[in-house]
Design a protein around this ligand. Structure first.
Ligand code: ADP
Ligand code: MG
Length: 240
């Protein structure tokens, strides 16, 4: 996007689990309309940072700002109302419900009747799930489930959508479809993204700026080309 306003900013954020520091004084900012990828070795603290942003975990120290407001003390629902939405690493569709019943859940609180039906139809169609409304969600392919989850998160009409490993375990074609979906939501609806992903082709396709986390801290920020060429980044991935 062309908007350069800061949408999200963490200010000196620390998260400790007992004596273990999972997030270590992180200043992390995302601009309105941008797609940012968050990478780093297993255990780097990527998922934890996302949960601090969405309010799933309270911070131990520091502050989180969103759209110009201090949201540090807001609970997750308040953050959703402010325009922050997330798809978790662990699948969270209800397998026993139909695709349509799942898609209806996020919009239930703020839409009714025809408006709700229209939103659900639109989000299923955009997710490539037109004919699957009555399918049990547990019977969808893994790629379709990811599409459904992204559709559900996007139907909350967020300014910022966080995706934790949306293409893990997917085929090349399914990855491409998810990349296209992210790009469309970004271009047509102006939604900014933070995407945790390991696959460098995927990261290169969707993201200009990449943030590397390592041992709970921001290790590098730069373009994907800068990050790929950085010997120190290569070293941490090899466990050095
Ligand atoms: P990543 O997503 O980068 O793989 P995580 O954010 O999931 O890493 O985890 C970072 C570190 O914090 C790991 O060492 C993990 O074991 C630890 N951690 C994450 N969540 C908890 C928790 N709820 N309790 C204790 N330790 C946790
Ligand atoms: Mg993780």
């Amino acid at each position: 996007g062309t908007n350069t306003e800061t949408l999200l900013q963490t200010d000196d954020v620390v998260k400790r689990f007992g004596g273990f520091t999972a997030t270590d004084h992180v200043d992390f900012g995302v601009k309105a309309g941008e797609i940012r990828c968050l990478i780093g070795p297993n255990g780097a603290g990527k998922s934890t940072l996302m949960k601090l942003i969405t309010g799933q975990h309270p911070v131990t120290e520091g502050s989180v700002y969103f759209n110009g407001s201090d949201i540090t003390d807001d609970d997750p629902h308040e953050r959703i109302d402010r325009g922050l939405s997330m798809k978790f690493q662990v699948p969270s569709v209800f397998e026993e419900l139909t695709v349509r019943e799942n898609a209806r859940l996020p919009v239930q609180r703020f839409a009714s009747g025809d408006d709700r039906r229209r939103r659900v139809d639109e989000s299923l169609s955009a997710a490539g799930l037109d004919g699957e409304g009555e399918t049990r969600a547990g019977d969808l392919s893994h790629g379709q489930q990811q599409q459904l989850e992204i559709a559900m998160a996007a139907s909350l009409e967020p300014d910022l959508l966080l995706l934790d490993e949306p293409v893990a375990g997917l085929s090349t074609a399914e990855r491409r479809a998810i990349a296209e979906r992210i790009e469309t939501l970004n271009e047509e609806r102006g939604i900014a993204f933070i995407v945790i992903e390991h696959d460098t082709d995927f990261v290169e396709r969707i993201s200009e700026q990449v943030t590397v986390l390592h041992q709970g801290s921001v290790f590098r920020e730069g373009t994907i080309d800068e990050i790929k060429a950085d010997p120190e980044v290569q070293r941490i991935y090899l466990g050095g």
